[in-house]
Design a protein around this ligand. Structure first.
Ligand code: ATP
Length: 241
């Protein structure tokens, strides 16, 4: 296997209790690559990310994270293996400041002060506003700042794989571009990234490869640029075969 492959999902099935939602999903993402996962509302995108991050158990299949096969693992184990999820809706903590959130990202990592400070410096270099607003509680931040903080928190773990669920939700176009620019610079440094997005055109412009989910199954994978005009993409949104 190519050493640059960070995550492989093989035949992943997952759902809620007895209700299957995603089925037979095969995916892979490598260092320095952005994989977009697109599909209509309810196609199973969030469910897939939950399965890839250990929030939902795999009913079938397995993950291989950095060469380590994973069949049954919870979120803590996947975080330790280097998989970080920025959830839909950011899920920040009211009452905690920006700095406190970033420190929370260091939880259980046993880093030296120097490395911890380097991580924080890196995050605030990417998102200078987080340094400016370091003492502000998360709830007073704008939507864009909150999204940057949610990404910053994930980056404090220096993840092997960064996964984002609908990072553009509720953000002005100029802020969306800013967030995507940061993801592009992370990618250029070798970060592996999976993005689930409703803004299909935007994410296909920025991604290397894309997977189209329809009714919980991957119906097309390919180069993102080539998918823009693929009739199967349109069909997945219209719910036609
Ligand atoms: P959206 O873009 O609307 O978020 P999605 O592609 O992310 O859609 P999911 O949120 O993964 O889709 O939902 C896929 C299916 O799973 C839907 O039919 C949904 O009703 C169902 N579902 C989602 N969450 C749960 C849950 N907690 N319990 C039971 N069913 C759920």
């Amino acid at each position: 296997m190519n050493d640059d492959v960070v995550l492989v999902a093989e035949n992943v099935h997952a759902g809620y209790g007895p209700v299957p939602v995603v089925a037979a999903v095969d995916l892979r993402v490598s260092r320095g690559e952005i994989l977009a996962v697109v599909g209509a509302n309810g196609a199973g995108k969030t469910t897939l990310l939950s399965a890839l991050s250990g929030l939902l158990p795999l009913a079938e299949g397995r993950l291989i994270v950095d060469g380590v096969p994973v069949r049954k693992a919870g979120p803590n184990q996947l975080i330790e293996l280097g998989v970080a999820l920025v959830p839909e809706g950011r899920r920040l903590f009211n009452g905690l400041t920006v700095d406190e959130h970033l420190r929370m990202g260091l939880w259980k990592q046993r880093l030296s002060r120097r490395v911890a400070a380097e991580r924080r410096d890196r995050v605030t270099e990417l998102f200078p506003i987080l340094h400016e607003r370091r003492s502000s509680p998360a709830e007073v931040l704008s939507g864009g700042e909150q999204q940057m903080l949610a990404i910053g928190l994930a980056l404090m773990r220096a993840p092997r794989l960064l996964m984002l669920d609908e990072p553009s939700i509720g953000l002005a176009p100029v802020i969306i571009d800013r967030v995507f620019d940061v993801l592009a610079s992370l990618r250029a440094e070798g970060q592996a990234i999976i993005i689930v997005e409703q803004r299909v055109q935007k994410v296909l412009e920025r991604a290397d490869r894309a997977a189209v989910l329809q009714n919980g199954r991957v119906v097309v994978t390919g180069l993102a640029a080539a998918l823009v005009d693929d009739p199967r993409l349109r069909a997945a949104y219209l719910g036609t075969k």
